[in-house]
Design a protein around this ligand. Structure first.
Ligand code: MN
Ligand code: MN
Length: 476
């Protein structure tokens, strides 16, 4: 018998087509919470702080408070913090951890402009901070707009001062000034596109008024800035050496379009996945498989460092859970638990942009409002450096999403020999677990303001939740 064309063809259409009014409202309401989160979580550390705040409201406790009880543990929802920059939320499942966990992994770091160790200098009657950008950016996008300053400074004696300045309109912000078009034609006009502004030209303007306190002082504007810093925070120039300070766009997260269907904001990559995976973990009340939702750092610089996806922190969380029961054979059980685990690397990818259609394979690019994007593999031309999900794992997830009513699509990052990018998936695969990249497609990734569709954001949440709530066997 001939099959209906509906069954033969893979549909690619907007998630808004036939969307019921109550679901439409859910999509928009979900975005409200996300926008607040994004405004509060401006850096890696602040993102972790926000996740902990939300988790504690949901009844999660620090793993240090968890004790062995007569039946299982004193708490079945807890978090493990690593150096205030990465963490894991654990929901204990009905099955033992050795049968595998369901992992969601997102990254808390975003491209930004970091402050150098000895940043302060005066030139031309102005005071600046030297910077070193973090992550892959088009540097010329980050200048000539208000930036806010965030981070921590450890004072002499060990007191930690948290700084967050410039996001509110009643606070001063900062700026990386550009050169007027009237004078820049020759100097900048002849440069290649990503050298229009060079790294050493990203100098942050922080003050212009000279100090009156010390007549003999040479750099009076610099001195005045240091006097303000000392008065406000107790900071000296020496304290800045060990400080972790970054500047990020000072803009507020805002709806975009007459229909308010998109959200413009700083850091959708990957705080959209931080938020959606955290909310999925909160909502997955008593999962079959233990769920571990990791929030990792340093992804934007290839996951190097002790708070990244290559850190043994990944294993330490497993080990801490397994150690509760006091049984022996810990290494054997750790390996069993990890190789039986299934992981979703929750990260963003770039959506189709018709203005630059030349860089996409139109058959294999996610569309805005097309639902959550499944990337079978990441990497670049020739599948270099890619982690690829098995056919079995991908098919099982697609079946799960279809059953759970999750709208999904697939996508590759740009044309074969042109695009490409990595995520944490390949590092997870090295534990011999099944892993796949799934997340919302954005536009203008790594720009100071990125775009995300409210529908795709919500679809991502639904996909992650269905994965944590999965009860059967994947039989991979
Ligand atoms: Mn990312
Ligand atoms: Mn990125």
């Amino acid at each position: 018998m001939k099959k209906d064309s509906k069954e033969l063809l893979l549909k690619k259409e907007s998630g808004y087509k036939g969307l019921k009014a109550d679901k439409h409202k859910k999509v928009f309401d979900f975005a409200k919470g996300y926008k607040k989160f994004l405004d509060a979580a401006r850096t890696d550390r602040e993102t972790i702080d926000e996740v902990i705040k939300m988790a504690e409201k949901q009844g999660y406790v620090d793993i240090k408070k968890v004790k062995r009880a007569a039946k299982g543990l004193s708490h079945d929802r807890f978090y493990v913090l690593n150096r205030n920059k990465s963490m894991a939320l654990v929901n204990m499942g009905r099955r033992p951890l050795t049968e595998g966990a369901h992992l969601l992994l997102s990254h808390v770091d975003c491209p930004r402009i970091d402050i150098k160790a000895t940043p302060v200098y005066e030139e031309g009657g102005m005071c600046f901070f030297k910077t070193h950008y973090y992550g892959g950016i088009k540097k010329f996008q980050w200048i000539s707009a208000p930036m806010s300053l965030h981070g921590v400074v450890i004072l002499k004696g060990g007191k930690k001062v948290k700084i967050s300045l410039g996001d509110s309109l009643d606070e001063p912000a900062f700026m990386l000034p550009d050169l007027a078009i009237h004078v820049s034609g020759k100097l900048q006009g002849e440069r290649k596109y990503n050298e229009v502004i060079k790294g050493e030209e990203l100098n942050l303007l922080v003050g212009t008024i000279p100090a009156e306190t010390d007549e003999k002082a040479k750099d009076k504007v610099k001195l005045n800035v240091l006097e303000i810093l000392h008065k406000k925070y107790g900071i000296t120039e020496k304290d800045l050496v060990s400080a972790e300070l970054s500047v990020v766009p000072a803009m507020r997260t805002q709806d975009i379009g007459f229909d308010a269907s998109m959200i413009g904001g700083y850091g959708h990559d990957d705080r959209a996945c931080v938020y959606t995976t955290a909310l999925a973990a909160f909502e997955a009340k008593k999962p079959e498989y233990t769920s571990i939702t990791y929030f990792l750092d340093r992804e934007e610089i290839s996951s190097a460092g002790n708070t990244s996806a290559t850190s043994l922190f990944i294993s330490d969380v497993y080990e801490a859970i397994l150690a509760f029961d006091g049984e022996s054979g810990l290494y054997h059980r750790l390996r069993k638990a990890q190789s039986n685990s299934k992981a979703i690397s929750a990260d963003t990818t770039e959506a189709y942009n018709p203005t630059w259609k030349a860089v996409f394979d139109s058959h294999n690019v996610p569309n805005v409002n097309g639902g959550v994007t499944i990337c079978k593999f990441t990497g670049a031309g020739g599948k270099r450096d890619s982690s690829e999900a098995s056919s079995e794992f991908m098919a099982a997830l697609i079946e799960l999403f279809d059953k759970s009513g999750v709208k999904w699509q697939t996508g590759e990052l740009g044309k074969v020999d042109e695009g490409g990018g990595g995520t944490v998936a390949k590092f997870l695969a090295s534990y011999n677990m099944d892993v796949i990249d799934i997340g919302p497609a954005c536009m203008s990734l790594h720009s100071p303001t990125e775009l995300i569709s409210k529908f795709d954001l919500y679809s991502s949440y639904e996909a992650y939740l269905s994965f944590l709530n999965f009860k059967g066997e994947f039989n991979l």
